[in-house]
Ligand binder design. Structure first.
Ligand SMILES: [Zn+2]
Length: 386
C-alpha cells in the first residue's frame, strides 16, 4: 500500500530553468505545473500555470534540484495557493509524499531548508496521483481487467478498469474520478474503494464494477487545473455535443453496458482549497429528490460503518439549494452525476467531495484517504445487499 505514494521520476531531462544561482526548477514531472518568474538569491518567485482555466485555481507541482544545503523561500506571486497543511513534498523515488506543515508557511510564501541529501525535491499543492501511481496499484492488485475507454486528444489512453461478477444479471457500479484533473486526493480514496470492493465476496459475486480513474487523462498527466476548463469543464460536458472524447465515449458506452442495472454511480472529487464545506467529506445533492434520498441513505450507512482516520458525518452533506450548490451550476452544462441519475434504471448516482488536506481536525494523506476508501466499499456492500 505504501508503494502507492512512491513516484518514479521521469528519466527525461527537466526542461530546466538553469540559473546562475545553480538552482534548477522544473515542471517536467508528472502533474508538473509551475511558472518561475525569477530567482533572487534564496528567494524564488513562482506562480501556478492556469493555462485554459476560466478564472483562478490553485494546482502547482514542481521539482527543485541543485539546492543542497540552502534555505530557499518560495514566493507565490498570484493568489494564495498554499493549502491548509502547507505544501506537499517528496524527496524522490524512494521517498513518500508528506505535508510540510503550516509552520513552513508565511502568507503566500513557504520556506524549505535543503539537506545535503536533497538533490531533488518535489513540492506540490497536494500529493499528486497520475498514471505512475495507478500502475503501481494495478501491479499490487491482480484481478482487474485493464481496458481502454478511448484515446485522448493528445493520444493517451483513458483507462477503463473492470472487475467483479461477469454474470449478465450482475448489478452495475460505475466509479469515476478526475473530471477535474487537479483533484488528486480523490484518487487515493478510489484506490482504497477498489481494493476493498475487489476482496469482498458478496460484491465479487453480485456486482460488476467499471472504473474510470482519470476522466481527464491529459489534464492529470500534464498538471492542468482542469476545473473550469475552457471551452468546457469535463464535468459540465454531459449534454449537447461533448467536447471531450472520454465524456462522449462514456455517454455511449455506459447505457449499453449497464442496460438498466446501474445500481450505483459515484464521481469522486476534491472541493476548493480551504474554508467551510472544503475541510470535510460530503456529498453535494442534486435536484432529483428520489435520487437524493438514496444518496442520503447511503451516506448514513457510511457514517455508521466508518471507523477510519478520516471522519465523516452525513450532516456535512450539501443538499441542493444550499451554499454554492444550486441551479446556477446547471447553466454551464450537465454534470456526470445529473447525467447518470437520469439514465433509465439508475438507483443512485452521486458526487463525493474529499478535502485535500484537512478533514475536520485530521490530515488527509495518501494513507488516510486510501483507508477511507475501504469504508466506502463497506458502505456500498451494505447499501446494495440491503
Ligand atoms: Zn471536482
Amino acid at each position: 500500500m505504501t508503494d502507492l505514494t512512491r513516484r518514479t521520476l521521469l528519466s527525461t531531462p527537466l526542461s530546466l530553468l538553469a540559473r546562475p544561482s545553480g538552482i534548477e526548477i522544473g515542471p517536467s514531472v508528472p502533474a508538473g505545473n509551475i511558472i518561475v518568474e525569477r530567482i533572487e538569491g534564496n528567494d524564488v518567485y513562482i506562480r501556478q500555470d492556469l493555462r485554459d482555466t476560466e478564472g483562478d485555481w490553485f494546482w502547482w507541482c514542481f521539482e527543485v534540484r541543485g539546492a543542497q544545503e540552502r534555505t530557499l523561500r518560495f514566493h507565490f506571486t498570484g493568489s494564495d495557493v498554499i493549502g491548509t497543511r502547507g505544501p506537499a513534498l517528496s524527496k524522490g523515488p524512494t521517498s513518500f509524499w508528506r505535508w510540510l506543515g503550516r509552520s513552513a508557511v508565511d502568507g503566500k510564501c513557504f520556506t524549505y531548508s535543503f539537506s545535503l541529501a536533497d538533490s531533488a525535491v518535489q513540492f506540490a499543492f497536494a500529493m499528486p496521483y497520475t498514471e505512475i501511481e495507478l500502475q503501481q496499484f494495478l501491479k499490487d492488485h491482480s484481478g482487474v481487467r485493464r481496458q481502454v475507454l478511448c484515446q485522448t486528444r493528445k493520444g493517451r489512453k483513458v483507462e477503463r478498469l473492470m472487475f467483479g461478477s461477469q454474470s449478465p444479471d450482475a448489478l452495475k457500479v460505475l466509479l469515476t474520478a478526475r473530471h477535474h484533473a487537479c483533484e488528486s486526493m480523490a484518487s487515493y480514496v478510489l484506490d482504497g474503494l477498489m481494493e476493498a470492493a475487489m476482496k469482498d465476496p458478496w460484491l465479487k459475486q453480485n456486482v460488476q464494477f467499471a472504473v474510470i480513474p482519470f476522466v481527464d487523462k491529459d489534464g492529470v498527466e500534464d498538471g492542468d487545473q482542469g476545473k473550469n476548463r475552457r471551452p468546457r469543464d469535463h464535468n459540465r460536458d454531459y449534454d449537447g455535443d461533448s467536447v471531450h472524447p472520454s465524456v462522449a465515449t462514456l455517454r455511449q458506452w455506459v447505457p449499453a453496458w449497464s442496460a438498466g442495472k446501474l445500481a450505483f454511480a459515484l464521481d469522486l472529487h476534491c472541493p476548493w482549497i480551504r474554508g467551510q464545506h472544503n475541510e470535510d467529506i460530503y456529498f453535494p445533492g442534486g435536484e432529483d429528490q428520489r435520487n437524493w434520498a438514496e444518496i442520503v441513505a447511503f451516506s448514513k450507512i457510511l457514517e455508521e460503518v466508518n471507523e477510519g482516520r478520516l471522519p465523516y458525518s452525513a450532516s456535512n452533506n450539501l443538499p441542493f439549494g444550499t451554499a454554492w450548490n444550486n441551479s446556477s451550476n446547471y447553466s454551464q452544462g450537465m454534470s456526470f452525476a445529473r447525467w447518470a441519475t437520469a439514465l433509465p434504471g439508475t438507483r443512485a448516482a452521486g458526487t463525493i467531495e474529499i478535502p485535500y488536506a484537512n478533514c475536520g481536525a485530521v490530515d488527509v494523506t495518501p494513507e488516510s484517504a486510501h483507508g477511507f476508501g475501504h469504508y466506502l466499499a463497506l458502505a456500498l456492500w451494505r447499501y446494495l445487499r440491503g
